[in-house]
Design a protein around this ligand. Structure first.
Ligand SMILES: Nc1ncnc2c1ncn2[C@@H]1O[C@H](COP(=O)(O)OP(=O)(O)OP(=O)(O)O)[C@@H](O)[C@H]1O
Length: 235
Protein backbone atom coordinates (compact mmCIF):
# COMPACT_ATOMS: atom_id res chain seq x y z
CA UNK A 1 0.00 0.00 0.00
CA UNK A 2 1.10 3.51 -0.78
CA UNK A 3 0.38 5.31 2.52
CA UNK A 4 0.54 9.08 2.39
CA UNK A 5 -0.03 9.43 6.18
CA UNK A 6 0.73 6.92 8.92
CA UNK A 7 -0.29 7.64 12.52
CA UNK A 8 1.04 5.30 15.21
CA UNK A 9 0.21 5.21 18.92
CA UNK A 10 -0.82 8.87 19.03
CA UNK A 11 -1.77 10.20 22.47
CA UNK A 12 -2.52 13.80 23.36
CA UNK A 13 -3.71 15.61 26.50
CA UNK A 14 -4.68 19.20 27.29
CA UNK A 15 -3.37 19.50 30.87
CA UNK A 16 -4.68 16.46 32.71
CA UNK A 17 -7.46 15.71 30.25
CA UNK A 18 -6.65 13.09 27.65
CA UNK A 19 -8.14 14.20 24.33
CA UNK A 20 -6.75 11.56 21.96
CA UNK A 21 -6.04 8.00 23.07
CA UNK A 22 -3.93 5.46 21.24
CA UNK A 23 -4.81 6.59 17.71
CA UNK A 24 -3.54 4.36 14.88
CA UNK A 25 -4.48 4.66 11.20
CA UNK A 26 -3.12 5.01 7.69
CA UNK A 27 -4.36 7.12 4.81
CA UNK A 28 -3.60 5.95 1.28
CA UNK A 29 -2.87 8.26 -1.63
CA UNK A 30 -6.13 9.35 -3.27
CA UNK A 31 -8.32 8.51 -0.26
CA UNK A 32 -11.27 10.72 0.65
CA UNK A 33 -11.65 10.32 4.41
CA UNK A 34 -14.49 11.71 6.52
CA UNK A 35 -13.65 12.23 10.19
CA UNK A 36 -16.88 12.10 12.18
CA UNK A 37 -17.73 12.05 15.87
CA UNK A 38 -19.66 13.95 18.53
CA UNK A 39 -18.82 17.52 19.63
CA UNK A 40 -15.62 17.61 21.65
CA UNK A 41 -14.47 14.17 20.43
CA UNK A 42 -11.07 15.49 19.29
CA UNK A 43 -11.58 15.87 15.52
CA UNK A 44 -10.17 19.40 15.22
CA UNK A 45 -7.36 18.53 17.62
CA UNK A 46 -6.38 15.56 15.44
CA UNK A 47 -6.36 17.74 12.31
CA UNK A 48 -4.25 20.39 14.10
CA UNK A 49 -1.74 17.74 15.14
CA UNK A 50 -1.52 16.41 11.57
CA UNK A 51 -1.00 19.98 10.31
CA UNK A 52 1.86 20.50 12.76
CA UNK A 53 -0.04 23.20 14.67
CA UNK A 54 0.20 21.21 17.91
CA UNK A 55 3.43 19.41 18.63
CA UNK A 56 3.17 18.30 22.25
CA UNK A 57 1.82 14.84 21.43
CA UNK A 58 3.18 11.36 22.02
CA UNK A 59 3.48 8.88 19.19
CA UNK A 60 4.54 8.94 15.58
CA UNK A 61 3.16 10.75 12.53
CA UNK A 62 4.76 9.99 9.21
CA UNK A 63 3.97 11.61 5.88
CA UNK A 64 5.10 10.22 2.54
CA UNK A 65 8.49 11.60 1.58
CA UNK A 66 8.45 15.17 0.25
CA UNK A 67 4.93 16.04 1.43
CA UNK A 68 6.02 18.08 4.46
CA UNK A 69 9.33 19.52 3.14
CA UNK A 70 7.70 20.74 -0.04
CA UNK A 71 4.63 22.15 1.74
CA UNK A 72 2.26 19.93 -0.21
CA UNK A 73 -0.51 20.27 2.36
CA UNK A 74 -3.55 22.55 1.95
CA UNK A 75 -5.92 23.50 4.76
CA UNK A 76 -9.38 24.98 4.78
CA UNK A 77 -10.31 26.01 8.35
CA UNK A 78 -13.73 25.81 10.01
CA UNK A 79 -14.37 29.52 9.55
CA UNK A 80 -12.50 32.79 9.31
CA UNK A 81 -12.68 35.61 11.82
CA UNK A 82 -15.17 38.35 11.02
CA UNK A 83 -12.34 40.88 11.38
CA UNK A 84 -10.38 39.08 8.63
CA UNK A 85 -13.34 39.62 6.35
CA UNK A 86 -12.96 43.37 6.93
CA UNK A 87 -9.37 43.29 5.71
CA UNK A 88 -9.43 45.33 2.48
CA UNK A 89 -7.91 42.63 0.26
CA UNK A 90 -9.21 41.35 -3.05
CA UNK A 91 -9.96 37.72 -3.91
CA UNK A 92 -6.83 37.59 -6.10
CA UNK A 93 -4.63 38.86 -3.25
CA UNK A 94 -6.08 36.45 -0.69
CA UNK A 95 -5.62 33.47 -3.02
CA UNK A 96 -2.02 34.51 -3.74
CA UNK A 97 -1.20 34.30 -0.01
CA UNK A 98 -1.59 30.53 -0.41
CA UNK A 99 1.75 30.60 -2.25
CA UNK A 100 3.68 32.36 0.53
CA UNK A 101 4.81 29.23 2.36
CA UNK A 102 6.58 28.00 -0.78
CA UNK A 103 8.52 31.20 -1.36
CA UNK A 104 11.85 32.28 0.06
CA UNK A 105 12.44 35.26 2.31
CA UNK A 106 11.84 37.71 -0.54
CA UNK A 107 8.13 37.24 -0.80
CA UNK A 108 7.32 39.02 -4.06
CA UNK A 109 4.85 37.46 -6.43
CA UNK A 110 6.04 36.65 -9.94
CA UNK A 111 4.01 36.61 -13.16
CA UNK A 112 4.05 32.84 -12.84
CA UNK A 113 2.45 33.10 -9.38
CA UNK A 114 -0.34 35.26 -10.75
CA UNK A 115 -0.84 32.73 -13.55
CA UNK A 116 -1.30 30.02 -10.90
CA UNK A 117 -3.84 32.25 -9.14
CA UNK A 118 -5.74 32.81 -12.40
CA UNK A 119 -5.75 29.09 -13.14
CA UNK A 120 -7.17 28.07 -9.78
CA UNK A 121 -9.82 30.84 -9.91
CA UNK A 122 -10.85 29.53 -13.32
CA UNK A 123 -10.93 25.95 -12.10
CA UNK A 124 -13.17 26.86 -9.16
CA UNK A 125 -15.28 29.01 -11.50
CA UNK A 126 -14.77 32.27 -9.60
CA UNK A 127 -12.53 34.19 -12.01
CA UNK A 128 -15.16 36.93 -12.27
CA UNK A 129 -14.67 37.63 -8.53
CA UNK A 130 -10.93 38.25 -8.90
CA UNK A 131 -10.94 41.98 -8.11
CA UNK A 132 -13.76 41.93 -5.55
CA UNK A 133 -12.98 42.85 -1.93
CA UNK A 134 -13.44 39.79 0.28
CA UNK A 135 -15.79 41.75 2.57
CA UNK A 136 -18.32 41.96 -0.26
CA UNK A 137 -18.53 38.21 -0.95
CA UNK A 138 -21.39 35.88 -0.07
CA UNK A 139 -20.67 32.91 2.23
CA UNK A 140 -20.40 30.51 -0.71
CA UNK A 141 -18.11 32.83 -2.69
CA UNK A 142 -15.89 33.34 0.35
CA UNK A 143 -15.65 29.58 0.90
CA UNK A 144 -14.56 29.03 -2.71
CA UNK A 145 -11.98 31.81 -2.36
CA UNK A 146 -10.56 30.07 0.72
CA UNK A 147 -10.58 26.75 -1.13
CA UNK A 148 -8.67 28.44 -3.98
CA UNK A 149 -6.13 29.72 -1.44
CA UNK A 150 -5.71 26.19 -0.05
CA UNK A 151 -5.26 24.71 -3.55
CA UNK A 152 -3.16 27.33 -5.37
CA UNK A 153 0.12 25.77 -4.23
CA UNK A 154 -0.93 22.44 -5.78
CA UNK A 155 -1.04 20.37 -2.58
CA UNK A 156 -1.16 16.56 -2.46
CA UNK A 157 -3.30 16.51 0.68
CA UNK A 158 -6.20 18.80 1.52
CA UNK A 159 -7.57 19.06 5.07
CA UNK A 160 -11.00 20.59 5.59
CA UNK A 161 -12.54 21.28 8.97
CA UNK A 162 -16.36 21.50 8.76
CA UNK A 163 -16.14 24.00 5.88
CA UNK A 164 -19.78 23.94 4.79
CA UNK A 165 -21.68 24.53 8.01
CA UNK A 166 -22.69 28.07 6.98
CA UNK A 167 -23.63 27.26 3.37
CA UNK A 168 -27.12 26.68 2.02
CA UNK A 169 -27.87 23.22 0.55
CA UNK A 170 -27.40 24.17 -3.13
CA UNK A 171 -24.09 25.98 -2.58
CA UNK A 172 -22.97 23.13 -0.30
CA UNK A 173 -23.70 20.57 -3.03
CA UNK A 174 -21.68 22.65 -5.56
CA UNK A 175 -18.83 22.79 -3.06
CA UNK A 176 -18.90 19.00 -2.58
CA UNK A 177 -18.89 18.49 -6.35
CA UNK A 178 -15.76 20.59 -6.68
CA UNK A 179 -14.07 18.60 -3.91
CA UNK A 180 -15.04 15.41 -5.67
CA UNK A 181 -13.43 16.64 -8.92
CA UNK A 182 -10.26 17.54 -7.02
CA UNK A 183 -10.16 14.12 -5.37
CA UNK A 184 -10.59 12.37 -8.71
CA UNK A 185 -7.56 14.30 -9.95
CA UNK A 186 -5.57 12.53 -7.22
CA UNK A 187 -5.59 14.89 -4.22
CA UNK A 188 -6.07 13.07 -0.91
CA UNK A 189 -8.87 14.68 1.10
CA UNK A 190 -9.39 14.54 4.86
CA UNK A 191 -12.67 16.14 5.79
CA UNK A 192 -14.07 16.76 9.29
CA UNK A 193 -17.84 16.77 9.04
CA UNK A 194 -21.09 16.27 10.89
CA UNK A 195 -22.74 16.10 7.51
CA UNK A 196 -21.88 12.50 6.62
CA UNK A 197 -25.16 12.04 4.72
CA UNK A 198 -24.10 14.68 2.20
CA UNK A 199 -20.59 13.45 1.68
CA UNK A 200 -21.30 9.72 1.86
CA UNK A 201 -21.44 9.43 -1.93
CA UNK A 202 -17.93 10.85 -2.23
CA UNK A 203 -15.90 9.46 0.67
CA UNK A 204 -14.24 6.06 0.52
CA UNK A 205 -13.30 5.88 4.21
CA UNK A 206 -14.79 6.95 7.52
CA UNK A 207 -12.87 7.55 10.72
CA UNK A 208 -15.27 7.68 13.66
CA UNK A 209 -13.54 9.31 16.58
CA UNK A 210 -14.62 9.65 20.18
CA UNK A 211 -11.30 10.52 21.82
CA UNK A 212 -10.22 7.08 20.53
CA UNK A 213 -10.95 5.46 17.21
CA UNK A 214 -14.27 3.65 17.39
CA UNK A 215 -14.25 2.74 13.71
CA UNK A 216 -11.96 3.16 10.70
CA UNK A 217 -12.79 1.56 7.40
CA UNK A 218 -14.78 1.86 4.21
CA UNK A 219 -18.02 3.79 4.06
CA UNK A 220 -19.90 0.62 3.13
CA UNK A 221 -18.71 -1.17 6.27
CA UNK A 222 -19.49 1.91 8.35
CA UNK A 223 -23.00 2.13 6.99
CA UNK A 224 -23.84 -1.42 7.96
CA UNK A 225 -22.18 -1.24 11.36
CA UNK A 226 -23.51 -0.81 14.86
CA UNK A 227 -21.26 2.27 15.30
CA UNK A 228 -23.04 4.14 12.54
CA UNK A 229 -26.47 3.38 13.95
CA UNK A 230 -25.34 4.48 17.42
CA UNK A 231 -23.72 7.64 16.10
CA UNK A 232 -26.89 8.76 14.40
CA UNK A 233 -29.08 7.75 17.32
CA UNK A 234 -30.71 4.93 15.37
CA UNK A 235 -29.60 2.20 17.67
N1 LIG B 1 -6.71 24.95 23.79
C1 LIG B 1 -7.41 24.06 24.50
N2 LIG B 1 -7.20 23.90 25.84
C2 LIG B 1 -7.89 23.01 26.57
N3 LIG B 1 -8.82 22.17 26.05
C3 LIG B 1 -9.09 22.29 24.73
C4 LIG B 1 -8.40 23.22 23.89
N4 LIG B 1 -8.87 23.07 22.62
C5 LIG B 1 -9.81 22.10 22.67
N5 LIG B 1 -9.94 21.63 23.91
C6 LIG B 1 -10.84 20.54 24.36
O1 LIG B 1 -10.48 19.36 23.68
C7 LIG B 1 -11.63 18.58 23.37
C8 LIG B 1 -11.64 18.25 21.90
O2 LIG B 1 -11.84 19.43 21.16
P1 LIG B 1 -11.91 19.44 19.57
O3 LIG B 1 -12.11 20.87 19.15
O4 LIG B 1 -10.77 18.70 19.02
O5 LIG B 1 -13.26 18.59 19.33
P2 LIG B 1 -14.12 18.42 18.01
O6 LIG B 1 -14.41 16.97 17.89
O7 LIG B 1 -13.45 19.08 16.86
O8 LIG B 1 -15.44 19.20 18.40
P3 LIG B 1 -16.57 19.96 17.50
O9 LIG B 1 -17.33 18.88 16.77
O10 LIG B 1 -17.41 20.61 18.55
O11 LIG B 1 -15.88 20.94 16.60
C9 LIG B 1 -12.83 19.41 23.83
O12 LIG B 1 -13.26 18.94 25.08
C10 LIG B 1 -12.28 20.82 23.96
O13 LIG B 1 -12.95 21.54 24.94
Amino acid sequence: MNSIITVKNLNFSFGKTQILKDINFQVEEGDYVAIVGPNGSGKTTLIKILLGLIDSYEGEIKFKQGIVDKNLIGYLPQNIMERDRLFPATVKEIVATGLLSQKGIFKFYSDEDYKKVDNILKKLRIEDLKDRKIGSLSGGQLQRTLLARALVSNPKILFLDEPTSALDPKIREDFYNILNEINREGITIIFVSHDIFSIRKYVNKVLYLNREIIFYGSYDEFQSSEEMAKYFGLY
